[in-house]
Design a protein. Structure first.
Length: 190
């Protein structure tokens, strides 16, 4: 005889997946997004492992049932390591449920905030063969005090040109965490 609670716990166990979130970051914001994704995904009963592509992680991708990659933009590009990683593992990525997200500040603008309208994500997709099953673009963070003199003033100039904040003492997070949460829920279900 099967009781109700037993049945539901068995089906919950069956649905649990091992998920890897691989990220490439310069100032740590993409890692913060991954930590948040991890928190939300684990609340739905999955196990999440984080690994930084920039550190050449020794991970066995075959140990995971779902693979997610996230990378930030710096001076118009995703990191070489992230792009090379994607190119190297494309056949394996396509064998499993998979997703990609890009982090940049252009995405703070509504008209560039979707995967279809974000120029960096579109450029990346045109350079790789991988067609991620799920895509997202998240607006990043500007942390002027943390940057070198050169970077701070370059970003201030770009921000001035695009009507963004330019106060060199400011730190502004553009990320919409509700949007990140929705992406986490999508990953849990894919
Ligand atoms: C030196 C530098 C260059 C950047 N270049 C761009 C850029 O070309 N386009 C853009 O949309 N965002 C740009 N950004 C914003 C970053 O994408 C944003 O700060 C993001 O949150 C960084 O994520 P990370 O900390 O994970 O590297 C730049 C930021 C810095 C510090």
């Amino acid at each position: 005889m099967t009781s109700g609670p037993e049945t539901s716990s068995t089906s919950a166990t069956k649905k649990m997946s091992q998920i890897i979130l691989l990220y490439s970051t310069t100032d740590g914001h993409t890692r913060e997004i991954c930590k948040f994704l991890q928190q939300v995904i684990e609340q739905s009963g999955h196990r999440v492992t984080l690994a930084c592509i920039d550190d050449d992680p020794a991970v066995e991708l075959n140990d995971f049932e779902k693979i997610v990659i996230g990378a930030s933009i710096r001076y118009g590009k995703h990191s070489k390591k992230a792009v090379n990683f994607i190119k190297t593992y494309t056949p394996l990525l396509e064998q499993k449920p998979n997703a990609f997200f890009s982090v940049n500040v252009v995405a703070r603008k509504a008209e560039k905030s979707q995967p279809e309208t974000n120029p960096y994500l579109q450029k990346l997709l045109s350079q790789i063969e991988w067609k991620p099953r799920e895509l997202a673009v998240f607006a990043g963070k500007i942390d002027y005090p943390k940057y070198s003199f050169w970077d701070r003033n370059m970003i201030r100039f770009i921000m001035w040109m695009t009507k963004g904040p330019t106060d060199p003492n400011s730190s502004i997070e553009f990320t919409d965490w509700e949007q990140v949460k929705k992406f986490a829920q999508l990953i849990s279900k894919m």
